[in-house]
Design a protein around this ligand. Structure first.
Ligand SMILES: [Zn+2]
Length: 597
């Protein structure tokens, strides 16, 4: 087992995170939303501690891995503490920053184009693509295509090993290194030069929507349609970020979850550093029971036709799943709503900001939420907007939060050629406001609408393996209004079966939201080296059933709960060996999670 000495065996966390301060206004910046790093790592379920730069000299001696985000010039004592720690064996992963320690990375800042650039600041990488050079390296092993980025810290190599290089926005020229690795003393430094946090935020959320987007050049995605909707704001590239759907010549979809792959790259870098130093890292897995991925179906009740609703209820019963019904106004008759709820389906909301007399405003949204709550006899906790309507930036998330809606599905595909991961993700995420505030609504994007009607059935065959690869959520939308068409009904049944065969269980949005929010309240403490292994305390802030606690166990070993091998298992994630246990966590009853052997 790992022989890492951790703070006298009593408490230091081996993974330390440090965020550079945001630069002053008007100073050029090469990265954005540094605090989103914390959101990314919390979603990954990792145990880490966040310290300000000034506290690094006291925090580093107990740490094995340091992840920093952003560029800064630290005070001398901080800089020398980092240097000494790295030379002594620490692993430093830096996102878009050199911290005046470029020699440790084996790079140097790329000089400005001219000596007299006005307000230039650090030289930015602009928009581009990360292309792996070493495709066998564990950090880049999941990438089979260049990865789109926005901004970053431009550098030149002076002795590092280049794991990936940066291509320009047209994928024509190489602009410099994008991912580098360098040994320094007994330690190791990885530089992720692109702005990982800013890129994830920009891709997941898109840009503010004030007018129509630009359609795809192949005619498959005419988003310029006079209706403002979420995919008017997408920032991915029609040519470079879409791939042909296997079995459907000529039809391209966003089959690569680009934002998830950026998150994945960071997690792989952390795991690589941990494995190389033989450090065991604990995490709480994304999904219950340790499922690699899960599935979700939503049903938008457009037209509220009772006959179609009956047909959908019967079809879902045959499929054996519970789904999330996004209810529009005017609502179904009470008998249908009663059947929907009795069958265990979630009664959710479908905000309509397009029909005659129903506009896009906070007042109108809250009015509809109130009317739908009355019709459903309960307040819906998830929502999808009719036509995926969207205006502005993140204001809508604040309306949702004000109404107590905890999960939204309005970021998605409104046209066939936009299908897939057009917001780069199949994971739940908390969005961030332009001023950096994290907003208390989970977004689960809608990558397709009714198979057969909206996109060919082959799309689901292409989505399932990609969702599994990044351990995400497969979300399919079917409208009751289309379910009487036999091929659509068959496609629904077939998709449910295929997801199950791929190891995905089906959950409602309310279930997914509740579980994720409870998972985020897991608190770790007391990472301690013991005679025959490592242990850590795990405390729940809310009930979390069937949670999978896992150790990255590079040197083998068995996972134990309070000294017992309770429902323990060994599995592989991100190409690494993990040992885990399944546990029902309850507030007030912390457990001791150990790796022994
Ligand atoms: Zn609708």
């Amino acid at each position: 087992m790992a022989s890492q000495d951790v703070s006298g065996g009593t408490g230091g966390c081996p993974l330390v995170v440090c965020l550079a301060d945001e630069p002053a206004p008007n100073a050029g910046r090469t990265s954005a939303y540094h605090s989103y790093l914390v959101e990314i790592l919390q979603h990954a379920g990792l145990f880490f501690s966040t310290v300000p730069p000034a506290d690094l000299p006291s925090a580093l001696p107990a740490a094995s891995i340091l992840v920093t985000c952003g560029e800064t010039t630290p005070p001398n004592d901080v800089r020398e503490a980092i240097r000494e720690w790295v030379l002594g064996g620490g692993s430093w992963i830096s996102i878009a920053g050199l911290w005046n320690l470029e020699d440790l990375f084996g790079v140097r800042p790329r000089p400005a184009v001219t000596q007299s650039s006005f307000a230039a600041g650090a030289v930015s990488m602009g928009e581009g693509y990360l292309e792996p050079v070493d495709k066998a390296h564990p950090v880049t092993a999941a990438l089979n295509s260049p990865l789109h980025f926005f901004n970053g810290r431009a550098v030149e190599e002076t002795g590092c090993r280049v794991l990936a290089r940066a291509l320009d926005a047209h994928r024509k020229g190489v602009t410099g290194p994008a991912l580098t690795e360098n040994g320094a003393g007994s330690g190791r430094c990885l530089l992720i030069a692109p702005d990982l946090t800013g890129t994830v935020v920009r891709i997941q959320q898109g840009v503010a929507i004030t007018r129509d987007g630009v359609p795809a050049p192949d005619g498959s995605a005419p988003v310029s349609d006079g209706v403002l909707k979420s995919d008017d704001g997408l920032v991915l590239d029609w040519d470079f970020d879409r791939d042909e759907i296997p079995g459907v010549p000529g039809l391209r979809a966003f089959l690569r979850p680009v934002a998830d792959l950026w998150r994945d790259l960071l997690v792989r870098a952390i795991l690589d550093c941990a494995a190389a130093s033989e450090v065991a890292l604990p995490l709480v897995w994304f999904h219950p029971e340790g499922w690699e991925a899960v599935a979700h179906m939503s049903n938008d009740t457009d037209l509220s036709d009772p006959d179609c609703a009956e047909e959908m209820l019967n079809t879902l019963a045959e499929a054996g799943i519970r789904s999330t019904w996004c209810n529009i106004l005017p609502p179904y008759p009470p008998g249908i709503i009663e059947r929907m709820k009795q069958a265990g389906h979630e009664a959710a909301m479908h905000y309509d900001a397009i029909s005659e007399g129903r506009g896009w405003s906070r007042e109108e949204f809250l009015r509809q939420h109130s009317d739908i709550s009355r019709a459903l006899d309960e307040a819906p906790v998830s929502n999808k907007n009719h036509y995926l309507r969207w205006e502005g930036d993140t204001e809508f998330f604040e309306w949702l939060a004000a109404a107590g809606v905890t999960l939204d599905q309005s970021k998605g595909a409104s046209k066939t050629g936009v299908a897939g991961f057009n917001f780069g993700t199949c994971h739940l995420y908390f969005p961030v406001a332009p001023d950096g505030r994290l907003l208390d609504v989970l977004e689960l994007t809608t990558p397709t609408q009714d198979l057969v009607v909206f996109a060919p059935e082959e799309l689901v065959d292409a989505l399932i393996p990609r969702v599994r690869e990044v351990y995400g959520v497969l979300h399919l939308l079917f409208h009751p209004a289309h379910i009487k068409k036999p091929p659509v009904r068959q496609a629904l049944l077939s998709a449910v079966r295929k997801a199950r065969e791929a190891g995905m269980e089906w959950f409602t949005a309310a279930e997914i939201s509740r579980w994720e929010r409870a998972r985020r309240q897991v608190r770790w403490s007391g990472y301690a080296r013991e005679v025959d292994g490592i242990s850590v305390q795990v405390a729940a802030g809310a009930p979390l059933e069937r949670a999978a606690l896992m150790w990255l166990a590079p040197s083998g070993g068995e996972a134990l709960l309070d000294g017992e091998p309770c429902a323990s298992f060994v599995t592989e994630r991100w190409g690494r060996r993990f040992a885990g246990c399944i546990v029902d966590l309850e507030p007030g009853r912390p457990v001791r999670f150990q790796l022994r052997g």
